[in-house]
Design a protein around this ligand. Structure first.
Ligand code: SF4
Length: 78
């Protein structure tokens, strides 16, 4: 069985461009969540190193594949 890597998971967000804090932003694995959007800065993501220590995280969801050059070119033309 292959190990899951957080860097290939769509729940991992890194600071400063994707999120305020680097970590796992899966709603069930976060340390602190807020319902209201204006409290986003108070949210604390989960420690992805600790959660996926054995490489067998059940919530792993693979990143979407990037479109090839030709697929982007065709999409641009339509
Ligand atoms: S801990 Fe699990 S859900 Fe979170 S980023 Fe890593 S693989 Fe994804």
């Amino acid at each position: 069985m292959t190990k899951t890597l957080c860097k290939n998971c769509r729940h991992l967000k890194t600071a400063p461009y994707q999120a305020a804090h680097t970590g796992c932003w899966h709603p069930d694995l976060m340390q602190t969540t807020q319902k209201d959007a204006w409290l986003d800065q108070q949210q604390v993501p989960g420690n992805h190193h600790q959660i996926n220590l054995n490489g067998d995280c059940a919530e792993f969801k693979e990143l979407a594949k990037k479109a090839t050059f030709w697929q982007r070119l065709v999409a641009f033309g339509t």
